[in-house]
Write a protein that binds this ligand. Structure first.
Ligand SMILES: [Fe+2]
Ligand SMILES: [Fe+2]
Length: 170
């Protein structure tokens, strides 16, 4: 069993992962509208990944005999200023999620809940990868600057990103 406090915190993080999926889907829609299908594809892939992050929390709660509680998902923004603006917001969001995961680890340590701490370590490692990959895209968008051809080159590269289902992830 996990404590009630931990159960609530894990449900809270499941909601944050669902919001991440929602946010990235909104960003994908912005890119579709901006005729940047590669960027849209990248955000769609990110949204799918966030859904698997949410489901891992769902499954863990079930596994521990805890209750899954779905909450309202916050409405994401509708519009952004530019591809650079979106990329900066993605990195900002991932850093925020890293902070949330760290807080959860702190709670698991406070409660001496070793099983949950162990479960959360997957997310600790995942956030390092997320920040690295998002940071790399942001850097390319910064380098492209105001050059349309530069942006189209990044777009062509991001069109190749594919979703790897969790079973094939490790
Ligand atoms: Fe996530
Ligand atoms: Fe993420």
């Amino acid at each position: 069993m996990v404590s009630e406090k931990m159960q609530d915190a894990l449900n809270g993080q499941m909601n944050a992962e669902l919001y991440s999926a929602y946010l990235y889907l909104a960003m994908a829609a912005y890119y579709e509208d901006s005729d940047l299908p590669g960027f849209a594809n990248w955000m769609r892939v990110q949204a799918q990944e966030e859904m698997t992050h949410a489901m891992k929390f769902y499954d863990y709660l079930v596994q521990r005999g805890a209750r899954v509680a779905l909450d309202t998902i916050e409405k994401p923004p509708f519009d952004w200023e530019s591809p650079l603006d979106v990329s900066e917001r993605v990195l900002e969001h991932e850093k925020k999620v890293t902070g949330l995961i760290n807080n959860l680890v702190n709670l698991a340590m406070d409660e001496k809940d070793h099983a949950t701490n162990n479960f959360l370590q997957w997310y600790v490692a995942e956030q390092v990868e997320e920040e690295e990959s998002v940071g790399a895209v942001l850097q390319k968008v910064r380098l492209a600057g105001n050059s349309s051809s530069g942006l189209l080159m990044v777009d062509a590269e991001l069109a190749n990103r594919v979703f790897n289902p969790p079973a094939a992830q490790k």
